[in-house]
Design a binder for this molecule. Structure first.
Ligand code: HEM
Length: 92
């Protein structure tokens, strides 16, 4: 079945950051796609603390600086939440 991608604004993304996040559900963005990284936290070879640096933010740059060879697209399939839209984009 066709499942439309959820549209996520920077404001909603920011509620899933490392701080002031009582739900403790952490999202990041890689190449415009939003991922729930919570299930992966205990498995990250670089540790939870490093991974949480990109929580609530666009992690593309830091990810690529650290390990551009890692195939995140493949790894995080199943953790995709939606796509990031700019804050003022009109919903359709
Ligand atoms: C290692 C995945 C984000 C820091 C790794 C490795 C994977 C991985 C698969 C092993 C790579 C290898 O051995 O060749 C991910 C995924 C991320 C993410 C899926 C985002 C969703 C980050 C971020 C940082 C980071 C934001 C922050 C600096 C590291 C470090 C290592 C590492 C330092 C090396 C650990 C070691 O070998 O001792 N990560 N990572 N990662 N990652 Fe990440």
């Amino acid at each position: 079945p066709f499942v439309p991608l959820r549209r996520i604004t920077p404001d909603e993304l920011a509620t899933h950051g490392a701080r002031k996040n009582s739900a403790k559900v952490y999202w990041t963005v890689l190449e415009g796609r939003v991922y729930d990284i919570t299930p992966y936290l205990p498995y990250h070879p670089g540790g939870e603390k490093e991974l949480l640096r990109v929580a609530g933010k666009d992690g593309t740059k830091l990810f690529n600086l650290t390990h551009s060879w890692v195939n995140w697209d493949n790894m995080l399939r199943g953790c995709e939440v939606g796509i990031l839209v700019s804050g003022n984009e009109m919903p359709v």
